[in-house]
Write a protein that binds this ligand. Structure first.
Ligand code: CP3
Length: 352
């Protein structure tokens, strides 16, 4: 694997010096882009986009055609893994993702097995390979998975939830069953990420969207422990290049010191943590990614530039920062505002 021509992201993740702070945006390919909505309506549904490698490739590239972003992220979803485990993923308008067969009874949980990524997830690997060809060495491609805990939330609940009552009931009433789900899912995620790396992903990110709703000891036991297990099982080199791993626990700011020890190269921050404090707390153990409030994109042009500079100045002139939003970009963001943000980050230079 040759390094991409723009390897700024890879260098920042290795905490090597860069000329400017590289950036990409969580959910950079999505409904705020009219061209995405056009492709999606042509395809018929979001899942068709995910399952068709040519369409997944097309929408992956859309934000890069508009903005000089420093990375592409595979267009897919974290819930493809439980779908491949037989839970039957579908999307309803306005309600988000649902599973036909949520994991509620012991027999189904005992029968759960990790899918061979080369089988029911082949379409994702084909998309990775197709995107790499289309990028033709311009910027690196980020692959991803959900964390075992975040996937378990959706698997047990059967969809999104304000309180994840079924998941939490299982956690307190039958922790053994939740551990069984997490073990199988951690194996599935490890195999899936390794397959993405073999297919061409040059960085991988683990999205732990729901770990932050746990108490500190529960976070350690049910989320962080399984992410550490996944990371330990990853093949971190491809063709002589290190494949950096980013972990992102939304709401995990209070546990940064521990997260920084899980084996990842970089830790993602939401916007509720001050990135200057975060840097002091993790020292030079990991790079940091984040942490602009996605709502800043609703502000005026001046406000966007000021807020971006605030994050960049707070991190300071040290290697090891990847600029990003603190969570996915809102569907209500305007592409013109995103352009202002990308240009502001690329223009910023640290005062010496
Ligand atoms: O960042 C990217 O551009 C890559 C693509 C990506 C998507 N989902 C596309 C998507 C990634 C990395 C994800 C991750 C994901 N999916 C997470 C973790 C990150 C996070 O947001 O916390 C979660 C929890 C999911 C599950 C999921 N998928 C939900 C809850 C929803 C509905 C939310 C919504 O905005 O309606 C999805 C659908 C989804 N995944 C969309 C996109 C672009 C919108 C689908 C559409 O209607 O076109």
């Amino acid at each position: 694997m040759t390094r991409p021509r723009n390897d700024t992201l890879l260098r920042a993740l290795r905490r090597e010096p860069t000329e400017y702070t590289p950036l990409w945006l969580m959910r950079q390919a999505g409904r705020y882009l009219p061209e995405y909505c056009a492709t999606r309506s042509r395809a018929g549904s979001f899942l068709t986009l995910c399952k068709n490698p040519a369409l997944a490739c097309e929408v992956t590239l859309q934000p890069l055609e508009r903005f000089p972003l420093d990375a592409a992220i595979l267009f897919s979803d974290i819930l493809t893994v439980p779908d491949a485990m037989g839970l039957g993923l579908y999307f309803t308008d306005g309600e988000g993702p649902r599973f036909e067969r949520p994991l509620r009874d012991e027999a189904a949980i005992r029968a759960l097995t990790a899918p061979d990524p080369d089988g029911p997830l082949r379409y994702v690997l084909d998309a990775v390979a197709e995107i790499r060809r289309a990028l033709s060495g311009s910027v690196p491609l980020i692959g991803f998975s959900g964390s075992p805990f975040t996937l378990a939330c959706y698997m047990v609940e059967g969809g999104g939830s304000p309180d994840f009552r079924h998941l939490k009931t299982m956690m307190f009433a039958r922790p053994d069953l939740l551990h069984r789900i997490l073990e199988v899912t951690a194996d599935a995620v490890s195999a899936y990420l390794n397959a993405q790396i073999s297919a061409g992903a040059q960085v991988v990110q683990i999205f732990d969207t729901w770990g932050g709703m746990l108490s500190p000891h529960a976070y350690r036991e049910f989320s962080l422990a399984y992410m550490s297990r996944v990371i330990a099982a990853l093949r971190r080199e491809q063709d002589g290049e290190r494949v950096p791993v980013i972990v992102f626990t939304k709401g995990g700011g209070q546990w940064l010191e521990e997260i920084a020890l899980c084996g990842a190269d970089a830790v993602g921050l939401d916007w509720m943590t001050d990135i200057a404090d975060a840097r002091r707390r993790v020292g030079d153990r990991v790079a940091l990614q984040g942490n602009l409030d996605p709502s800043a994109l609703f502000g005026s042009e001046d406000a966007i530039v000021r807020e971006a500079n605030r994050v960049l100045d707070a991190f300071g002139p040290h290697p090891g920062h990847v600029f990003n939003l603190g969570h996915g970009i809102s569907r209500h963001s305007e592409p013109e505002k995103v352009k202002i943000l990308v240009d502001a980050v690329h223009r910023h230079r640290h005062a010496l």
